[in-house]
Ligand binder design. Structure first.
Ligand SMILES: Cc1ncc(COP(=O)(O)O)c(C=O)c1O
Length: 360
C-alpha cells in the first residue's frame, strides 16, 4: 500500500516507533509473556512505565522540582470542570481568554462554580486571531489560556506576563516546542494529538495548588488524591500511558522539544509559504498568530473546494477537511508528521494550480 499522509487534527499521527513498540507490548509486555492489556497495573512492570512516563515529561520540559506530573482520564474536557471545581470558590473570580470552542467550553464549566471574567475574546472575528494587550487583574484566583486553537489554526507565540496563577490548555501543541514550565501553575493536555492515543490527559501542577482545594468533592475530582497516589488511585488507562511513553521516548531520541520546534517551524514555514504564493488558496487567520500545528486555509474560489479535496484524496493525503466552523482545509502538522508529508501537500497544491491553469 502506498504511504498515506496523515493530516488528521486528532486523534492524530503518531511515530511509527511508538506504534510498533505498543503492538509489541500488546503481544508481550516487558518480557512477561503476557499482553499489556491483561496484566495488573500494580505489577512492577507497569509501575515502571508510569514512573518512566512521569520522568520523561519532567526531562523533556525541564519541569522544576516543585511540580507534580499526573496522568488522568476524562480528556481535556474533564479538566475544564476539574480546574474550577478544585480552585474557584463561589465568590471568587477567574480570568479566561476566549479563543475558540475549547476555550468557550472551559469558560462555560467555570461559570458553574464561580465568577468568570472573559479578559479577551476573538469570537467576533470567528476566532481568527489571538487577542493581545489585555490586562490580567491581580485579584483573580487564576488565569486560563489555550495555547493552540486546534479548530481555527491560531497559536499563542508569546504568553502574557501573568500576575496570578496561569493555567494552560496545551492539548494541541504540547511537546511541540520548549516552554518555561515555571511560568505556569498548571498545564494540561489531552494526549491524542502530540502525545499518544486518546484516553489520557497529562497534568503538570505546581505542588502548592494541591493544598488549595476550595470545596469538598468526589474523590475522582480531587487533584491531591491523584497526586498522592501517583496517578494510580484507580486503574489508569494503561495502554494510552504506555503508548504516550513511547511517543515521548521518540521525541527525546529526536533531540527533545528544541528539535521538535525546529522540525515544526520548518514544516509550517513550507506550507504557509505555498498558501501565500499559490493564488488558488488563502490562509484564514492573522499571519502573526498562525499555528505551527494546525494550518487552516481555504480555496480562493469556494467552487474549487471539492475538486482540491478529490485531488488530495487521489494523492493519498488524508484528514485535510477543515472543521465545519471554519470550512476549507486544515492540515495538522503535529510532531510525528514528517516534512515529506508537507512536501506532498505542497506538490498537490501546485499540481492543482497547474491543472486549473490548463483548464482556464
Ligand atoms: C485545545 C483543545 N482543548 C481541549 C480539547 C478537548 O479534548 P478532549 O476531547 O480530550 O476532551 C481539544 C480537542 O480537540 C482541544 O483541541
Amino acid at each position: 500500500m502506498s504511504k498515506i499522509h496523515n493530516f488528521s487534527a486528532g486523534p492524530a499521527i503518531l511515530p511509527q516507533e511508538a506504534i510498533d513498540a505498543s503492538i509489541e507490548a500488546i503481544k508481550n509486555f516487558s518480557g512477561t509473556g503476557l499482553s499489556l492489556l491483561e496484566v495488573s497495573h500494580r505489577g512492577k512492570e507497569f509501575e515502571q512505565v508510569m514512573e518512566d512516563a512521569r520522568n520523561i515529561v519532567k526531562e523533556l520540559y525541564n519541569v522544576p522540582e516543585n511540580y507534580t506530573v499526573m496522568f488522568l482520564q476524562g480528556g481535556a474536557s474533564t479538566q475544564f470542570a476539574m480546574i474550577p471545581h478544585n480552585f474557584l470558590g463561589k465568590d471568587e473570580k477567574a480570568g479566561y481568554t476566549n479563543t475558540g470552542v475549547w476555550a468557550s467550553r472551559a469558560i462555560k464549566e467555570a461559570k458553574e462554580y464561580g465568577n468568570v471574567e472573559v479578559l479577551a475574546s476573538s469570537e467576533a472575528e470567528n476566532f481568527n486571531y489571538i487577542p493581545k494587550n489585555y490586562t490580567i487583574p491581580t485579584d483573580l484566583k487564576y488565569f486560563h489560556i489555550t495555547s493552540n486553537n486546534t479548530i481555527y489554526g491560531t497559536q499563542v507565540h508569546e504568553y502574557p506576563d501573568c500576575p496570578v496563577d496561569m493555567i494552560c490548555d496545551m492539548s494541541s501543541d504540547v511537546f511541540s516546542r520548549p516552554i518555561d514550565v515555571s511560568k505556569f501553575a498548571m498545564i494540561y493536555a489531552g494526549a491524542q494529538k502530540n502525545m499518544g492515543p486518546a484516553g489520557v490527559v497529562m497534568v503538570i501542577m505546581r505542588n502548592d495548588l494541591l493544598e488549595k482545594m476550595v470545596r469538598k468533592m468526589p474523590t475522582m475530582f480531587n487533584y491531591s488524591i491523584h497526586a498522592n497516589n501517583g496517578s494510580m488511585y484507580n486503574t489508569p488507562p494503561v495502554f494510552a500511558i504506555y503508548c504516550s511513553l513511547q511517543t515521548l521516548k521518540w521525541v527525546k531520541n529526536m533531540g527533545g522539544v528544541a528539535a521538535m520546534e525546529k522540525r515544526n517551524s520548518e514544516k509550517a514555514a513550507t506550507l504557509y509559504a505555498e498558501i501565500d504564493r499559490n493564488p488558488l488558496f488563502k490562509g484564514t487567520c492573522a499571519v502573526e498568530d498562525r499555528s505551527w500545528m494546525n494550518v487552516t486555509f481555504v480555496a480562493t474560489n469556494p467552487e474549487h473546494q471539492d475538486a482540491f479535496m478529490s485531488l488530495a484524496k487521489k494523492n493519498n493525503l488524508s484528514g485535510l477537511k477543515g472543521h465545519r466552523s471554519v470550512g476549507g482545509f486544515r492540515a495538522s502538522l503535529y510532531n510525528a508528521l514528517p516534512l515529506e508529508s508537507v512536501n506532498a501537500l505542497v506538490d498537490t497544491m501546485k499540481e492543482f494550480e497547474s491543472s486549473m491553469t490548463a483548464n482556464a
